[in-house]
Design a protein around this ligand. Sequence first.
Ligand code: NAD
Length: 353
Amino acid sequence: MKPFVYTGQPARVVFGAGSLAQLVPEIERLGARRALVLSTPEQRASAQDVASRLGDRCAGIFDRAVMHVPIEIAREARAEAKRLDADCAVAIGGGSTTGLGKAIALESDLPILAIPTTYAGSEMTPIYGITEGVAKKTGRDARVLPRTVLYDPTLTLSLPTRLSATSGMNAIAHAAEGLYAQDANPIMALIAEEGIRALALGLPQVVAHPSDLDARGDCLYGAWLCGTVLGSVGMALHHKLCHTLGGTWNLPHAETHTIVLPHAIAYNEVAAPDAMTRIARALNARSAALGLYELAQKLNAPLALKDIGLPESAIDEAARLATTNPYYNPRPVTFEPIRELLRRAWAGLVPAA
Ligand code: NAD
C-alpha cells in the first residue's frame, strides 16, 4: 500500500427522517443562544419553520442567499449577524445557503449548524467561495466547516426531480474525482465508493417516485459521503472544467457537473484504472464513464452543454482556459483532447475512452 496522510474533519452528523426535531438540543450543544437563520428567498417558509422551532433562540432570518455568494450579500449577512448579536448561524438549504453561512463564519468564527436540502455536499467541506464582480474567489479554511449537520431526508422531498438528479450527479463527481486525487487515501476511497453506490441506488428511484422517503434517505446519505470526499482530498480535471464553464459562461452548477462528468472520467479512464474499477463497481456498470452517462440518461438529466446555454463558439476558448493552469490530473491535460472532450459534451455524445 502507498503511504498516505488522512485528516478527519470534525463535524457532528445527526441523520434520519425527522432529525430536524433535534434542532434545539443541537443548538444547545453548541452553546448558542441567538441563531441567525439563513435561506434563499425560495426557501423562506423552511427558514420560518426553523425559526419557530428555535423560539427565543432565534435572533432573526436572513433569506437572501443566492448562487455563488456575491460579496455584497455576504457583507449584508455579516452586518446582520453583528447587528442581531448572533452567536451561531443555521443554514437551511443547498450549497448556496451553506456558502453564505461560510462567508459569515470566515470573518466572525460563528459556528454553523447546516441543514442541507440538496445533495451538493458543501456542508461537509472547509471550502468557501465568494464572488466579487465576475471573479469567484475560493479557499479552504477550517473555520467555515459547519460544526453540526442535521440530515433530514423529509426536507428533500420537495427538491424537484431535475434538481435532485443533477445535484446527485454533482455529488457523485466529488467522489469520482476523489478516487484519483493527488492526495487520495484508502479511507476516502471506501467513502467515495459507498457514496456513489448509495446515490446510484437512490437517484433513479427518487426520479421515478419523488416522495419515496427511503430512496431520499439513500441519496442524502450518499451526498454526505461524497461531500466528505470533496472536503478531504483535492479535485482534478472534471472540477477544473466545471469551474471554467460555470465561471466564464455562467452555466448552472449542478447541470454542468452532470453533463461533463462522464466525459472527464472517460478522459482519465486509462490513467486511473483502480478508481475506474471502484466507480464501475459502485454503479454496477461495465465501465465507469459509460455507467455515468447511462445513469444521467436514466435520470432524464441534461446530456449536452448546448442544451444549457453554452454556445458552440465557446468550445475553443473553454479548452484554452481549462488547459491554462490546470489542476493536478492523473492524465496530462492538453488542448486537443480537451477540445474533443468538450465538443462531445457540448453535443451530448456518448463519452469516448
Ligand atoms: P442551491 O443551493 O443554489 O439551490 C438551488 C435552488 O433550489 C434554490 O432556489 C434553493 O432554494 C432550492 N432548493 C434547495 N433545496 C430545496 C428543496 N429541498 N426543495 C425545494 N427547493 C430547494 O443549489 P446547490 O446545487 O445545492 O448549490 C450550488 C452552489 O453550492 C454553487 O454555488 C456551488 O459552487 C456551491 N457548492 C459549494 C461546495 C463547497 O464545498 N464549498 C460544494 C458543492 C456546491
